[in-house]
Design a protein around this ligand. Structure first.
Ligand SMILES: C[S@@+](CC[C@H](N)C(=O)[O-])C[C@H]1O[C@@H](n2cnc3c(N)ncnc32)[C@H](O)[C@@H]1O
Length: 268
């Protein structure tokens, strides 16, 4: 049976329709599945590398590097590692692809490993991560991750993520020795504190208390897509601010979030 298709150039393609049985055979063929998967992987990698070039040629990237260099200089620490949680669907979503592009550029710029995790990653997306030579975290630590401690610091990137992730990161590193090794690029703490009524922030003790010890620098949102790097700031914890707090400030009960408020995907 023949089928006519008018393509976007105006040509008519006459295709012979495959029988249902032939189609079923074709779909079940392991070779066909393999070819389809490798085409999908290739298409996805192309989109991500295009997004990376897009970020690289932007003034946003220049200003990001300048702001970050200022932070590492003030901390007197080099960037030793990048850890990103919550990228989202890197095979489907422009925001996730550009954020991943930024991670790849930062990894090259600072010659350091990049680790990522998002519970939504599909098997295709996990293969993309592997192809790009990034490390995929083996478990869902819910943001409770330690930085590198010897000499350098870790840049944590949580782009537009549930605030539990940032609060958990602070909780895990809530002591003067660990916190100074963390730089966090995430939703602005200041904006969270200003925009969300206090009654909804009671479970976010560390986000609230951090205002005593955090320095927040916003990276101007001048990327041409305005919904990719918006509302994100760099947060770091300089030693002079830590000197001002009492020792009781560092007491750190484990956070507990009411089920009705939780946006994070929990482990197990
Ligand atoms: C609002 S989306 C942000 C997606 C993308 N980064 C963006 O800017 O559009 C929040 C992301 O956080 C991820 N997330 C939720 N719980 C997480 C966890 N425990 N660890 C890592 N990522 C998590 C979600 O799967 C989701 O992809």
């Amino acid at each position: 049976m023949a089928n006519s298709i008018l393509d976007s150039d105006g040509f008519v393609t006459v295709a012979k329709k495959k029988s249902v049985k032939a189609k079923r055979l074709l779909n079940n063929c392991p070779l066909t599945t393999l070819v389809a998967e490798s085409v999908e992987l290739d298409t996805c990698l192309k989109s991500i590398l295009k997004a990376k070039r897009d970020v690289e040629s932007s003034s946003f990237y220049n200003s990001f590097i300048t702001v970050l260099a200022g932070v590492t200089k003030e901390l007197e620490k080099s960037l030793a590692e990048i850890v990103c949680f919550g990228l989202g669907r890197i095979s489907l979503c422009k925001a996730a692809q550009h954020q991943l592009g930024l991670l790849l550029l930062l990894g090259e710029q600072f010659q350091c490993p990049v680790e990522v995790f998002d519970p939504v990653f599909s098997s295709l997306e996990k293969n993309v991560i592997k192809e790009l030579k990034l490390k995929l975290s083996p478990t869902n630590c819910e943001g409770k991750k330690k930085p590198v401690l010897s000499g350098g610091c870790t840049l944590f990137v949580f782009p537009h993520c549930p605030k539990e992730l940032s609060n958990n990161l602070l909780y895990t590193n809530w002591n003067p020795r660990h916190i100074e090794h963390c730089i966090l690029y995430s939703n602005s703490f200041e904006k969270i504190r200003l925009d969300i009524p206090f009654r909804f922030l009671k479970s976010y003790h560390y986000l609230l208390q951090s205002q005593e010890i955090v320095e927040e620098v916003s990276v101007p949102n001048i990327f041409h897509f305005l919904d990719i790097f918006n509302d994100l700031s760099l947060h770091y914890f300089p030693s002079h601010l830590k000197c001002n707090v009492q020792s009781s400030f560092w007491e750190s009960p484990e956070p507990n979030y009411p089920a009705s408020e939780t946006e994070i995907v929990e482990s197990g």
